[in-house]
Design a protein around this ligand. Structure first.
Ligand code: SAM
Length: 341
């Protein structure tokens, strides 16, 4: 395996520090803006224009950027999109990522449609933890939310992931009043019999035609209050590279329940994330439209030291706070599939 990193940059494992003294060690890497679902809160049903392939970073280009990031403190990479499993050659790409010095963990977020075929190859190339987005346990409702009839495929994908040994399998649920909130207890009960980590996520005001409104929004406090009727919840501590979820276990359960209060409980003061969009822009914050184009200098053949300065600048200027809450909504210019969820 050829090393993509030029040797003239000192191997600093210190980590990137932003202007707010946060250590940035987690890169969310979007591989594509394409997706095989059309979730009602994420993408329009028709007329989506995708980035032409020539404008998407090649795997070689991504490896070069990740290599630089890993030399300076990025320890964890999450592959996302769009749907990362629709991008051709993803398995050999992950194998190559695995050779990058300094990376401690590579994970993936998927909608699970292709997971049955990919679970074993993912495991074999070193992935151990995955997130699967699934907002309902009901096939009919799945068709309504995703506008596709793939419930069985996703469920079989999750079971296959469990069979091959991916662990934990996190199931991400965007909680929406009047859409799937009557399934909160079903998801929580799932953890009695399955080792899955179900994680309820507050709906965020992203995307051009997003359907966010105060009537559909459900806070994690409300969800937690509903789940308490099942019995005592024991708090679980987070590990260093873990995300912002508050984690709990129901008595006697095999799995966990997590809550991500992106709007009601800002976790910005602990945010350790940097993002790289599929079309080659660095982003310090999901909600900030400020981006740094790294693709152009990459394609101009600029030195790694130049690219590194761009990465450092993006991190230094990472917004202190996303500034969005249920009373102060600001919609982002790009949709979740094009930023990388
Ligand atoms: N295709 C992959 C998947 O389904 O997990 C990765 C990309 S998807 C955009 C990442 C996550 O973003 C999914 O869990 C999805 O439910 C979530 N998401 C998209 N739009 C959202 C919104 N407006 N609010 C909250 N979560 C959202």
């Amino acid at each position: 395996m050829q090393k993509m990193i030029s040797p003239n940059i000192s191997n600093s494992m210190d980590g990137f520090l932003d202007n707010n003294h946060r250590i940035i060690n987690y890169l969310r890497l979007s591989l594509t803006d394409r997706c095989n679902l059309r979730c009602i809160y994420c993408m329009p049903e028709e007329g989506v224009s995708f980035t032409p392939h020539s404008e998407i970073l090649s795997y070689e280009e991504i490896l070069q950027v990740v290599g630089l990031c890993a030399m300076h403190g990025i320890r964890k990479v999450r592959l996302t999109g769009g749907e990362p499993l629709v991008r051709k050659g993803i398995i050999s790409f992950i194998e190559r990522l695995g050779y990058i010095d300094g990376l401690e963990e590579i994970t993936l977020t998927t909608n699970g449609v292709l997971l049955k075929e990919f679970a074993r190859p993912l495991y074999n190339c070193g992935i151990r933890r995955i997130n699967v987005s699934m907002d309902t346990l009901r096939p009919e409702r799945f068709r309504h939310i995703t506008r596709r009839d793939y419930f069985d495929r996703v469920w079989r994908g999750i079971e296959e992931a469990e069979t091959v040994g991916l662990n934990p399998i996190k199931i991400n649920i965007v909680a929406m009043k009047g859409v799937n909130d009557d399934e909160i207890l079903d998801f929580a009960r799932l953890t009695y019999n399955k080792p899955y980590h179900v994680r309820f996520i507050e709906m965020m005001p992203l995307g051009e035609r997003n359907i966010w409104n105060p009537e559909i929004f459900l806070s994690v406090e409300e969800i937690l209050a509903r789940i308490r009727c099942l019995g005592p919840l024991r708090r679980v501590d987070s590990e260093s590279l873990d995300g912002p979820a508050r984690r709990y276990i129901l008595e006697g359960a095999k799995g966990e329940i997590g809550f991500i209060g992106a709007l009601s409980h800002h976790f910005c003061e602990k945010c350790n994330r940097l993002r790289l969009t599929a079309d080659g822009n660095l982003r310090g914050c999901l909600f900030s439209d400020h981006e740094t184009d790294i693709k152009t200098p990459l394609r101009q053949g600029k030195e790694d030291s130049y690219l590194l300065e761009l990465i450092k600048d993006t991190i230094k200027n990472k917004p202190e706070d996303h500034g969005i809450n249920i009373y102060n909504l600001r919609k982002c210019a790009r949709s979740m599939n094009s930023i990388g969820g």
